[in-house]
Design a protein around this ligand. Structure first.
Ligand code: MTE
Length: 314
């Protein structure tokens, strides 16, 4: 990945939106509290994302840190299929068509097939979860994702006993994805997880954020999120899920094997060859903060790597 750069959008220009504002809900709540609201302009422009939790409760997987704004999350992106600048994905993904969408499932699995996305989603419990997100380049955000646990999908697909890893592939559509017409990376983008990582309850297949459908620039209509790993594990616009015996190739490892390994766990003790990983800059903030082992999820995931040398297996 190119080295760390200052956010393309100065924080002063970012509207503190946090608005997938459920206006109707707010109006109803306000009415219940007897607060009169004369006109539209009386509506607040800021509603904290936490307000969307039933009774204001935080779910078991949520961080209570301040969420990044919708604007930040959807205009400062890495999605090289649409260009290499942070602003490119939002600018260049307007013509991308995430519907209809089919996902090919194959390899070591009892139910290989091409599934319409609606069929994959059937019966899944869709949840909103507020996760920390740490990019390997040194910036971070807090993102209210919407999605379902990959584990429930895997159980339904019934991998065979030979399946040790899950491999994912992004759609190949150079006509709609201008970045794919250039060899920035080897296309299509590919990623993978060890089976126990894929089955971990924190691992989400994401279909939305801020309670809305996933914007194209964030990987519509289906992307992966493993919050204890660097952001590049979160492969976007997935069209293939393959169950395999051997560790599958991954795009950034192919591009720079000495810089990006298969595991990609957030680890402040393993520097990137070109920069330190000890701290991070939360988008919209000035001062850096310390990066936590496994991005703060060590209690939940460290056991997956017991006995492994994480300096070698980065
Ligand atoms: N997936 C695809 N297909 N192509 C990409 O370029 N970039 C990765 C990851 N998934 C990327 C991708 C990187 S480097 C990061 S940091 C995250 O997506 C960024 O996700 P976001 O733009 O939703 O924050």
């Amino acid at each position: 990945m190119r080295s760390y750069r200052i956010p393309a959008i100065p924080s002063s220009e970012i509207t503190p939106e946090e608005t997938y504002v459920n206006r109707r809900q707010f109006i109803r709540a306000a009415a219940a509290m007897g607060i009169g609201m004369a006109a539209n302009h009386a509506l607040p422009s800021v509603v904290r994302a936490q307000d969307r939790w039933p009774q204001g409760k935080k779910g078991p997987y949520d961080t209570d840190e301040k969420v990044s704004t919708f604007q930040e999350i959807t205009t400062y992106n890495n999605f090289y299929e649409f260009g290499t600048d942070k602003a490119d994905p939002a600018k260049n993904s307007g013509a991308f068509k995430p519907k209809p969408w089919t996902v090919r499932v194959d390899g070591e699995v009892k139910k290989p097939a091409s599934y319409a996305l609606e069929d994959l989603l059937k019966g899944q419990t869709i949840e909103d979860r507020i996760y920390r997100f740490r990019c390997v380049e040194g910036w971070s955000m807090v993102i209210p994702w919407r999605g379902f646990q990959l584990s429930t999908l895997i159980k339904r697909l019934e991998p065979t006993s030979k399946a040790k890893y899950v491999a994912f592939e992004t759609v190949m559509r150079p006509a709609e994805m201008i970045g794919q017409r250039r060899p920035y990376l080897t296309w299509p983008y590919v990623e993978g997880l060890r089976m126990d990582e894929a089955m971990h309850p924190l691992t989400l297949m994401v279909t939305g954020l801020y309670g809305k459908e996933l914007p194209n620039q964030n990987g519509a209509p289906l992307r992966l999120i493993t919050p204890w790993k660097y952001g590049f594990k979160g492969i976007k616009s997935i069209v293939k899920i393959r169950f395999v015996e051997k560790e599958p190739p991954t795009t950034w490892n192919i591009a720079a094997p000495d810089e990006y390994g298969f595991y990609s766990n957030v680890n402040p003790d393993v520097d990137h060859p070109r920069w330190s990983q000890k701290s991070e800059r939360r988008i919209g903030e000035f001062l850096k903060r310390k990066t936590l082992p496994f991005n703060g999820y060590a209690d939940q995931v460290a056991h997956l790597y017991a006995g492994m040398d994480l300096k070698r297996n980065y």
